[in-house]
Design a protein around this ligand. Structure first.
Ligand code: MN
Length: 206
């Protein structure tokens, strides 16, 4: 999320995808990633740069833009594009080729303390994904020393309420429709079993 552009300090970059566009196949196709990263995520970054040019947000880091525009009716467009820029970067890192499986020991212990078992945690993530009406995100978060599952609608992010996100799954239709059509449950269950990046969640746990 850091900005390395010298010539234009106030513009946000589309971060590199941490793997090839076909690296998540067969769970998520290269076609889905091509549109999702190359069109949707890029679109949010481009819109954000247009919206903040010449405003008081132009030189702020992404997280600051998100927290300073959250809940402000006249800043909705900036918030939505900033939060979606952040959410997608976090989502790509929440997935990995040959993911799933067992979390690192420290995280696994924390999961068992909070949910009873890894399967119960995965089930709660899947249930939240199905319970999210319309577009949104499901998150594994750290809240007051405990791990929890939360869902947010549209562009909303847990950090605006002071909760620390550990990983996320995008449940907007554009994340799965080309591969799974209306079968959101199949997409989420395949992601949890085969792509979820527990190492990233463990890093975020600290
Ligand atoms: Mn998306």
């Amino acid at each position: 999320m850091s900005n390395n552009k010298i010539e234009s300090a106030s513009s946000h970059d589309l971060p590199f995808l941490p793997y090839a566009e076909n690296a998540l196949e067969p769970v998520i196709s290269a076609k889905t990633i091509g549109f999702h990263y190359g069109k949707h995520h890029k679109g949010y970054v481009d819109n954000l740069n247009k919206l903040i040019a010449g405003t008081e947000f132009a030189d702020l880091p992404l997280e600051k833009i998100i927290t300073q525009t959250a809940g402000k009716a006249d800043k909705t467009a900036i918030f939505n594009n900033a939060a979606q820029t952040w959410n997608h970067t976090f989502y790509w890192r929440s997935l990995m080729p040959k993911g799933g499986g067992e979390p690192p020991a420290g995280l696994k212990q924390k999961i068992e303390a909070s949910f009873g078992a890894l399967d119960a945690c995965k089930k709660e993530l899947a249930t939240a994904a199905m319970a999210q009406f319309g577009s949104g995100w499901v998150w594994l978060v750290l809240d007051g020393g405990k791990l929890k599952v939360v869902k947010t609608g549209n562009a909303d992010v847990p950090m605006i309420t002071g909760i620390k996100p550990l990983l996320t799954i995008d449940v907007w239709e554009h994340a799965y429709y080309l591969d799974y059509q209306n079968r959101r449950a199949d997409y989420v269950s395949a992601v949890l079993d085969k792509l979820i990046n527990w190492n990233f969640a463990a890093e975020n746990l600290g």
